[in-house]
Write a protein that binds this ligand. Structure first.
Ligand SMILES: Cc1cc2nc3c(=O)[nH]c(=O)nc-3n(C[C@H](O)[C@H](O)[C@H](O)COP(=O)(O)OP(=O)(O)OC[C@H]3O[C@@H](n4cnc5c(N)ncnc54)[C@H](O)[C@@H]3O)c2cc1C
Length: 301
């Protein structure tokens, strides 16, 4: 009996979205990196980008309906604007990342990725420690309890002393590494010996995520409220994927990342401004008022 299955291969010439590279790496901080190691779709019809997979998925789900939005870029921009998210899950990226452990702790909170991390139980942790440069040591922000913005001025003697004291503190902690190695040589298990090591040590993982959730991650971690050390990784990731999904990346910038959300109270304040009001929002909440002031400044109002 002949097989009821026929494999059909299209003739269309395809191109590799990573141009044949097995790895595209961005160096980040002093010992870190983020490398794009794979993408789906990897092959796209000649002359197209991986944006094509979003369009392909949308057209199957919308069927005839998409004929109104004839142009592919227009369709992607429509989907992103209206939060039709599932077509963006058809694109995936796999990264190999090396980042300080304190950054990995923030990163792992994003639950929609697949992760495999280097194991300090199986292997000795390499001696890579994150140390900021002396002119990049941030002071505790007075306005934001979570943040540090302004750096210590190395032109100021007292401030430079404090910055150097911080670096000396990091150096001291680093000396624990030799003891860690010694203790493992004396037979202490790797899983216990490592617990005396600091969180500025680097760890590594493979991190795979679809485009929808990756953009959500980037929106939170490229934002100015995110800690500088994770922000630089997020920015590097965006730079790696931007040429692969240029239309999605631009639409995301336009409608999400660089867009502005207005609350009902803010819309009322805006309306009030137009009719001679003071433009203040009716809220007792200090932070909410400050956020509105920041938006007004951005809008030159
Ligand atoms: C600037 C900043 C400061 C932060 N500060 C703190 C802090 O002080 N303390 C702290 O603990 N965390 C903090 N976080 C982490 C934050 O609360 C989130 O856990 C993290 O940003 C992941 O966000 P997410 O859940 O939207 O993302 P993901 O886990 O990537 O999930 C993406 C989306 O999937 C959906 N989803 C995923 N899992 C579930 C689920 N189980 N149930 C329902 N929906 C789900 C949600 O819609 C979610 O938005 C901070 C994050 C940022 C960006």
């Amino acid at each position: 009996m002949s097989s009821p299955i026929t494999i059909v291969k299209p003739e269309t010439p395809f191109r590799d979205v990573m141009d044949g590279a097995s790895r595209m790496e961005a160096r980040v901080l002093d010992h870190g990196f983020v490398a794009l190691v794979d993408a789906m779709p990897r092959l796209v019809p000649e002359g197209q980008t991986a944006d094509q997979a979003v369009v392909q998925a949308a057209r199957v789900s919308y069927g005839q309906g998409t004929k109104q939005v004839s142009e592919d870029a227009g369709l992607i921009r429509y989907l992103l604007r209206h939060r039709h998210t599932t077509p963006f899950e058809m694109v995936e990226f796999k990264f190999h990342v090396c980042m300080p452990i304190f950054i990995a702790r923030q990163w792992i909170r994003h639950r929609t990725a697949n992760v495999n991390e280097y194991s300090g139980r199986y292997s000795i942790l390499p001696d890579r420690f994150y140390t900021p440069t002396v002119d990049a040591i941030r002071k505790q922000s007075q306005a934001n309890r979570q943040g540090g913005e302004e750096t210590f001025a190395i032109s100021d003697e007292a401030e430079e002393r404090t910055a150097k004291e911080f670096l000396a503190f990091l150096k001291d902690v680093e000396t624990q590494y030799t003891r860690y190695i010694d203790l493992t040589k004396k037979g202490v298990s790797r899983e216990l010996a490592r617990i005396g090591l600091p969180v500025n040590m680097y760890t590594e993982w493979y991190w795979k995520c679809d485009l929808h959730n990756l953009l959500h991650f980037l929106g939170l971690r490229m934002d100015s409220h995110a800690q500088y050390e994770i922000r630089v990784f997020a920015e590097a990731m965006f730079r790696l994927i931007e040429p692969i999904v240029p239309v999605c990346a631009q639409a995301w910038r336009d409608y999400h990342f660089e867009a502005m959300h207005l609350s009902r109270l803010e819309i009322e304040a805006l309306r009030g401004l137009r009719s001679g009001g003071d433009g203040q929002i009716k809220s007792e909440n200090k932070r909410e008022r400050a956020e509105w002031e920041a938006k007004r400044a951005r809008l030159d109002l």
